[in-house]
Ligand binder design. Structure first.
Ligand SMILES: Nc1ncnc2c1ncn2[C@@H]1O[C@H](COP(=O)(O)OP(=O)(O)OP(=O)(O)O)[C@@H](O)[C@H]1O
Length: 726
């Protein structure tokens, strides 16, 4: 590492202007060095990919070597894949600042000893590793490298050997060229007697405060330069651990989940990439909003989808009544379907005779029965069970044959396994099953449903499930509803484990998943781990979880540790206070949020007559547009169309959430879809309507109240719901 003065202890703002200017000039020169190295590495990577071989260099090279991708003769195919994926990033990765932080480790004093092998070293930290040459020491370390951890975790009380932490300020929207480096800030650590912890240091950093306050435009950004210690702890937990983050609104759950994904991919590329990493979000608008974060962290190619995207690809042509939807999402359905499937298995009702040339082998009913019963008791997937019965029946035949004429050969065994009589026996006791057949058989037949549902489903629930008018002639012609696809997936999973299985799954807004949806994910992460993100207070679906314990069990991660995050980075204090009033009415136990951001503007705009609301909203939006940042108009779903019309009549262009970048700064959003999103200025329309929009209306209002980064205007003719007004 270059650098003659690793213990540069300038206090923030204490430097004379001339000294700061010199420092800035030095850091700009370093920026140029990094950019030149990056350009060379990218060109070299492209060249190697064109040639289809070579040695992995530059970013990720450290972990790739550790993991043996390049070094130990692991297949050329793996190397090719690796290079191709890297080259893809080279092209796709947007330009940006080559580094955002610097660590100067101490060379003397007690903290110098703590520094260990890093004693006296200076490290720059960035989104990706930068090196001038594969064998040269890196110019910039990847933020995920082990030593970078001190950048996030070192405090004056526990300096971890760090003498000073430097943060860099870059012009927003710049390309990360030297001229875009606009400021720097030093934080001396390891000064005996200095107080403070991570959070205090974050608040005292002007650069962090500026980043948190920066107006929100476009999709979500990464927070890698300003991750807080408690967030970093979650990000860096190992691949074998499932964790659950119960985070109040705006505490960075989504950000933490995405950064953990990037961390796992970097640190455990083989383990995680083998299975693949999956990010699950509630809807397309949300996925669009978060889609740029992983690529900006250098990780393209991660699958980001909804639970519905994972389900069997049948066309949805039927719609369920609400009571049917509710039962189909209920955990009891898993047991009902299990029974319906296994109701097909029967015990043998006689002996089995299998011809073998001029001879006939006879197997007795008792021994056949034992095979079926024992296989059932082992609870293998249904299809595995069928093959197990076949194999064990053939083994019985082999014993007979062996006693008569010595051990038969492999060919004989294969021939026996394919015997018509044996397959007929299997079809009788353990018939093949297809998910469509099982589900159609259950929903289309009151007797089958009554048998499978006995003791599990009440009579009205069974009636709600039963296909009355739309009973199909065959499972092929069945018309499936959205919820039916969950049932089909469940049965498919009982028949055979899904082929698609992920090394790690990040689930956002997990409180909103039904038990049956949770099971879709549990099936696909059987050998992996989960990052479960959510907020019980923001549960708005009919089946939203009221506690994490049961939700985590449905997700197949009952041992996941639940960690609360309560420090909010989005909603300012004055607005958090309003939202917190609602918590008492929500019937869930969650710690209240507190805001890292002081201030916030709350305006109430009472409207005299309901008919005037759209025009008043348009007027307020026009006012909001005079200031910087995004504007979100949040309302009950039924109002959205009228509000869009009112805005367009007033000459204000607006868009729907998730639309590809357009010029509009205004988004009109159904409260249901506002989850996970944020706007600098929110115009909340008729909160009383949102509160009354269903059994979870107050939760929905809580979501809507917590979307504003700076300003919240509440517009309506119907007053505030009592729970908030209190
Ligand atoms: N350490 C941080 N530094 C800067 N900004 C941060 C930090 N943590 C979170 N933020 C910002 O706070 C906002 C909220 O983050 P995020 O959407 O991840 O929160 P959340 O807990 O998922 O919120 P919600 O529950 O409302 O969906 C985002 O703009 C995010 O970039």
């Amino acid at each position: 590492m270059p650098g003659e003065d690793p213990t540069h202890d300038a206090a923030p703002g204490a430097e004379p202007a001339a000294e700061l200017a010199t420092e800035l000039a030095t850091e700009r020169a370093y920026t140029d060095t990094c950019r030149a190295a990056l350009d060379r590495t990218d060109a070299a990577t492209r060249q190697r990919v064109r040639e289809g071989a070579g040695v992995v260099t530059g970013r990720h090279s450290g972990d790739a070597a550790e993991e043996g991708v390049a070094g130990d003769g692991a297949s050329a195919e793996a190397l090719g894949r690796y290079l191709r994926s890297r080259a893809k990033e080279v092209r796709e990765e947007p330009d940006g600042p080559p580094f955002f932080g610097r660590l100067d480790f101490r060379s003397e004093g007690p903290a110098g000893d703590e520094a260990g092998e890093h004693r006296g070293q200076r490290y720059y930290i960035g989104r990706r590793r930068v090196s001038a040459h594969p064998s040269a020491p890196p110019l910039v370390l990847d933020w995920r490298a082990p030593v970078s951890r001190a950048f996030y975790q070192a405090t004056a009380r526990v300096p971890q050997g760090v003498g000073s932490r430097r943060r860099f300020g870059w012009a927003p929207g710049g390309t990360g060229a030297a001229a875009d480096l606009t400021g720097l800030e030093d934080e001396p650590l390891a000064d005996a007697g200095a107080g403070g912890d991570g959070a205090a240091s974050a608040l005292s950093s002007g650069i962090v405060a500026e980043e948190i306050e920066r107006p929100r435009v476009g999709p979500m950004r990464d927070i890698v330069a300003t991750l807080q210690p408690e967030q970093d702890d979650l990000v860096r937990s190992g691949p074998g651990t499932s964790l659950c983050v119960q985070g109040a609104p705006g505490t960075g759950k989504t950000a933490v989940g995405l950064h953990r994904a990037a961390y796992l991919l970097y640190t455990y590329p083989r383990r995680i990439e083998r299975g693949g990493l999956l990010v699950v979000g509630p809807n397309a608008a949300f996925l669009h909003y978060i889609s740029a974060v992983l690529p900006s962290l250098g990780e393209g190619g991660v699958r980001q989808c909804t639970v519905a995207d994972l389900l069997p690809a049948h066309e949805v042509t039927a719609e369920d009544a609400p009571d049917a939807v509710e039962v189909k999402h209920d955990a009891r359905m898993a047991s009902v379907l299990h029974r319906a499937l296994y109701a097909r298995v029967g015990l043998p009702d006689g002996p089995l005779a299998v011809p073998d040339g001029s001879y006939r082998w006879r197997l007795g009913e008792e021994e056949l029965r034992a095979i079926v019963e024992e296989t059932l008791a082992q609870q293998p997937p249904y299809e595995v069970g069928r093959e197990r019965v076949r194999a064990r029946t053939v083994a019985l035949l082999r014993d007979r044959a062996e006693r008569r004429a010595g051990p038969p050969g492999g060919e004989w065994l294969r021939r026996m396994g394919r015997k018509r009589e044996l397959t007929a026996f299997l079809d009788a006791v353990w018939p093949r099953a297809r998910p469509e057949e099982v589900v159609a058989g259950l929903l289309g037949d009151a007797r089958v449903l009554a048998a499978a549902g006995e003791g599990l489903l009440e009579a009205p629930e069974q009636r709600a499930l039963l296909w009355a008018g739309r009973r199909p002639r065959t499972p092929r012609t069945a018309r499936w509803s959205r919820a039916d696809l969950l049932l089909l997936d469940e049965v498919a999973g009982l028949i055979e484990h899904p082929e698609e299985s992920f090394g790690h799954v990040v689930v956002d807004e997990a409180q909103d998943l039904s038990p049956m949806e949770c099971r879709v994910l549990a099936r696909r992460s059987r050998f992996g781990s989960l990052t479960v993100l959510g907020d019980l207070a923001q549960g708005t679906t009919a089946w939203a979880a009221r506690d994490w314990e049961s939700q985590l069990t449905h997700l197949g991660a009952p041992d996941a540790v639940v960690t609360p995050l309560t420090t909010g980075f989005r909603v300012p204090a004055a607005l958090v206070e309003v939202a917190n009033r609602l918590l008492g009415s929500l019937r869930v136990r969650v710690p209240a949020a507190r805001s890292l951001r002081p201030g916030g503007e709350l305006t109430r705009v009472p409207v005299a007559a309901p008919a005037e609301v759209p025009a008043v909203v348009a007027e307020r939006v026009r006012g909001a547009l005079e200031r910087e940042g995004s504007v979100g108009v949040i309302a009950a779903g039924a109002r959205v169309a009228a509000l869009r019309d009112a805005l367009s009549a007033a000459g204000v262009p607006s868009e729907e959430p998730g639309e590809e970048a357009s010029a509009a700064r205004v988004t009109v959003v159904d409260a249901e879809l506002s989850k996970g999103l944020e706007y600098d200025h929110v115009v909340l329309v008729e909160p009383a309507e949102i509160a009354r929009s269903g059994p979870r209306g107050l939760h929905l209002l809580y979501v809507a109240l917590t979307r504003a980064v700076s300003r919240l205007e509440i517009v309506g003719a119907r007053g505030l719901p009592a729970a908030v007004a209190a």
